[in-house]
Design a protein around this ligand. Structure first.
Ligand code: ZN
Length: 172
């Protein structure tokens, strides 16, 4: 099923179901969905909704904080991509232009579900790190964010006890 969603400035026609195919924890896919719906409360978006707040990125304090900056442009976010082993995807010419939603849906079309899961986890960790800075004045290093991303992947792929290859009674 295909949907057309009207953002503030752009029409985005994509298969929203692709987001839910990402092999990653639900909370990470939900973040991706909110991001593509234009629902994340970046400072630029808050200001567009008449919230009186600073516009600068709370992590780097170099540029205004919009969706593109948080996940693609911020120097700290770019280092997180590298620490998570995803710099090739970050630099992929296919994902250099357009809105965040257009870039994410491009990834949905071109990447497999496992890769989409890694991206989904990375985005969640970048957003979590940003919130941690705002609310707790705590910012993690890119390598810490990268490790958190890998940890999220393990949550998904860890086999459950029921599928253990060893017998729970005798261990053989
Ligand atoms: Zn920044």
């Amino acid at each position: 099923m295909r949907y057309i969603f009207r953002t503030d400035r752009h029409h985005v026609e994509s298969n929203w179901n692709d987001i839910w195919k990402a092999q990653s924890p639900h909370k990470t896919r939900h973040l991706l969905w909110r991001l593509c719906r234009g629902c994340l409360p970046t400072r630029v978006r808050l200001a567009q909704h008449y919230v009186d707040c600073e516009l600068g990125c709370p992590v780097c304090d170099d540029e205004v904080e919009d969706d593109i900056h948080v996940f693609f442009g911020c120097v700290a976010a770019r280092e997180c991509w590298m620490a998570a082993g995803q710099s090739q995807l970050l630099e992929n010419p296919a994902y250099q232009d357009g809105t965040v939603a257009e870039r994410v849906f491009g990834m949905c079309r071109n990447e497999d579900n496992a890769m989409l899961g890694r991206i989904s986890s990375l985005f969640w960790c970048i957003w979590h790190n940003r919130n941690d800075k705002i609310w707790n004045d705590n910012v993690q290093s890119p390598s810490q964010v990268g490790r958190m991303t890998f940890a999220l992947e393990r949550v998904v792929y860890r086999p459950s006890a029921a599928t253990s290859e060893y017998c729970s009674c005798c261990g053989s």
